[in-house]
Design a protein around this ligand. Sequence first.
Ligand SMILES: O=C(O)COP(=O)(O)O
Ligand SMILES: [Mg+2]
Length: 222
Amino acid sequence: MSAGSSPAVIFDLDGTLIDSVPAIHSVSNAVLTELGFEPLSLPTIRSFVGKGVPNLVRQLLITSGEDPDGPLFPRVEHALIARYETDVEGNVPYPGVVSALDTLAAMGCRMAVCTNKPFGPAEAALRHVGLWEYFEMTLGGDSLPTRKPEPAMLHHCHEALGGGRMIYVGDSEVDAETAVNAKAPFAIYSEGYRKAPLHEVPHDVAFSDWAMLPGLVEGWKW
Ligand SMILES: O=C(O)COP(=O)(O)O
Ligand SMILES: [Mg+2]
């Protein structure tokens, strides 16, 4: 593949590039216990990730027996966002991500991140794990008036990368819906935070090991 013909590759963040649930678990439980609620398990918190902070806060409140539309919402949201940008220790790239990004960059792929995590925590997590410099653009769930599964974030990143052929890489039902809405080819990472069985989530190709992704991009049938 010559550099000129390489596609734009746009990535989801949580559950795709990085395993962020240990960090989100620790931040969420710090906020819950500060407010006098019981901490929640890691699998419970994992099931709340993928639709952005408003959904996470609502789920934390519902699971704690509180009204998600009551006065606790802004308190929990504020406390969560305050910690989200600084408590980045629990974020770890999935095995093989760095090498795959190096290979894609060497192939001439332009790359961006399109996440429902707010921009500030997304930048902090990407910098913490040493991935920030790979991407020409990062958009977070608060960067545009809409977030995934609306297609605007993906369209915006695609244009910023110069348009042309593109692949979206994500892990969840929300990413699959975003790709359908944006009419983008979709590669799903099967080891992230998806809830439904893989065959029930629309995708063009699936990969379980990041070492597979550059070959899939190179051999993509457009
Ligand atoms: O729900 C979130 O905050 C982030 O999720 P995403 O990176 O998978 O879009
Ligand atoms: Mg994700």
